[in-house]
Ligand binder design. Structure first.
Ligand code: SF4
Ligand code: SF4
Length: 167
């Protein structure tokens, strides 16, 4: 998508994942080196795809991620504990300068850093408006910590729907 569709976080009331599954179809999920090692050690090489010097999660023939499973009208991720950073962050994007040249409502002070946070409007879980307390004080900090590699557990930023229990 073009950057001109990104929604600055200060124009969002809140966000939650409704497990629609749309973001796990048609996107190639890149893995960081440590993610590649964990996933390949656990699931083997058959779940991986290679290209242009990068490693991705494999997609099935319907272009859904190989780890996605349907359940009761929703879509579940079956590698919650090993979910790649790219998936943990969606639909959020963390930038180090504003995307819009005129300046925008995306600034977020993080310690002595200034970050610029946006959401991808293709996600169904975004509610527009003024940020509520849960969004600004719980969801956003968890996303930022995750994006900066500081958080490993998702408490506020994963789907509230059914959790996957491995067979
Ligand atoms: S993050 Fe958004 S697009 Fe992805 S499954 Fe959740 S609601 Fe759907
Ligand atoms: S790893 Fe999980 S969240 Fe990421 S694309 Fe696959 S099913 Fe979706």
């Amino acid at each position: 998508m073009g950057d001109n569709r990104l929604v600055p976080w200060r124009e969002v009331n809140t966000w939650s994942c409704n497990a629609c599954g749309n973001c796990c179809q048609g996107y190639r999920v890149p893995l960081k080196m440590e993610e590649f090692v964990k996933v390949s050690n656990t699931y083997g090489q058959n779940v991986l795809d290679y290209g242009m010097g990068k490693v991705y999660l494999k997609m099935r023939s319907d272009r859904r991620c190989i780890f996605q499973r349907p359940l009761m009208g929703r879509w579940l991720c079956t590698i919650q504990g090993m979910k790649p950073t790219a998936c943990r962050l969606f639909p959020f994007q963390i930038h180090h300068r504003p995307v819009y040249s005129k300046g925008d409502n995306s600034w977020y002070r993080y310690g002595d850093k200034m970050l610029y946070i946006y959401l991808d409007p293709d996600c169904e879980g975004i509610i527009s408006g003024q940020p509520n307390e849960r969004f600004s004080k719980q969801i956003l900090p968890e996303i930022i910590n995750s994006g900066l590699g500081l958080a490993t557990k998702q408490k506020f930023t994963t789907s509230k729907f059914i959790k996957w229990t491995p067979p």
